[in-house]
Design a protein around this ligand. Structure first.
Ligand code: ZN
Length: 122
């Protein structure tokens, strides 16, 4: 594996990808989504919340804050496991969970998220 400068690197994992350290992985894992408002799905048994579900399924911590691109909430506190759907161009009707801050969880437009999407019904 080689980095941007063409030098060999020791690959690191970024979600499902293997990349050189320092690579901006957000560009690879950006997905355009829409909130599914009015969802009140029961949390699957064995999980405390949808955000807990997301953490367990991805094995990731919420270090980066809200998953919405350009969101200023980088604190990672108060994140909600939001139900989203990919936009029509993905031709995928599944429901997914992503960590969003409370205000992004209320958005009604389409926006990009940079976190791993975890299917609600794997
Ligand atoms: Zn946000």
């Amino acid at each position: 594996m080689k980095n941007k400068q063409g030098k060999p690197c020791k690959a690191v994992r970024a979600g499902k990808l293997k990349v050189c350290p320092g690579t901006d992985v957000k560009q690879f894992i950006m997905t355009k989504v829409k909130n599914l408002n009015g969802t009140s799905d029961r949390v699957p048994s064995g999980y405390e919340s949808w955000i807990h579900y997301w953490k367990i399924k991805t094995g990731q911590k919420l270090a980066g804050g809200c998953a919405a691109r350009n969101c200023s909430d980088m604190t990672g506190t108060n994140l909600e496991g939001a139900h989203v759907k990919k936009t029509v161009e993905y031709n995928d009707d599944s429901w997914y969970i992503v960590p969003l801050c409370p205000s992004c969880n209320k958005r009604t437009d389409e926006f990009y998220v940079t976190a791993t999407l975890v299917p609600v019904n794997p």
